[in-house]
Design a protein around this ligand. Structure first.
Ligand SMILES: Cc1cc2nc3c(=O)[nH]c(=O)nc-3n(C[C@H](O)[C@H](O)[C@H](O)COP(=O)(O)O)c2cc1C
Length: 159
């Protein structure tokens, strides 16, 4: 069974979970890279990224280095921006046909409620149910005590 973990990460939290999950499962990793540069610091960080998320902007992204069609299972990882998926992940999902039904997702966020993130992922993938919907609270800062258990939950859902 071939598993692909596709993720976008601005500040490293989503990347960290994606890499830990890959280490556990032997999955391939696909990082989505935005051609539009989103600021990582200062007030513009939330203003620019938040506005694009709220207005469902799809920034240009680099051509993905792996083809999702070659995989039996997919895990999608995104930070929560303005209560929804980050714009570069929106671009990827808008332009990508994921045929397998074996899809799980995780979201990294600062708060406790991913709000409509998973609903939007399901709409864009065009799937009724995800095998797992798992959220992490800024795990790179050591803020999420259940991190390892949640990574196991994701791995078990798709393997
Ligand atoms: C533009 C922007 C908007 C954000 N909006 C939210 C939000 O609505 N809710 C929330 O809990 N966290 C929000 N955050 C915080 C990130 O979701 C959180 O820090 C996440 O762990 C970052 O993942 P990353 O390190 O992979 O980029 C926002 C961060 C940015 C940059």
């Amino acid at each position: 069974m071939k598993l692909l973990i596709v993720y976008y990460s601005l500040e490293g939290n989503t990347k960290m979970i994606a890499e830990k999950l890959a280490a556990k499962t032997g999955a391939d990793l696909l990082e989505i890279k935005s051609l539009k540069e989103y600021p990582k610091k200062g007030p513009s960080k939330f203003i620019i990224g938040g506005k694009d998320a709220a207005f469902k902007v799809c920034p240009e992204i680099e051509k993905p280095e792996k083809n999702v069609k070659e995989y039996d299972a997919v895990v999608i990882g995104t930070p929560v921006w303005d209560g929804t998926i980050a714009p570069p992940m929106r671009s990827y999902l808008r332009d990508t046909l994921i045929k397998t039904e074996n899809v799980a997702a995780f979201a990294c966020m600062a708060g406790k409620d991913p709000k409509k993130t998973f609903k939007v992922i399901k709409e864009l993938v065009v799937i009724d149910e995800l095998k797992a919907e798992v959220s992490f609270c800024n795990p790179a800062n050591g803020n999420d005590p259940d991190m390892e258990a949640k990574i196991d939950q994701l791995a078990q859902a798709v393997m």
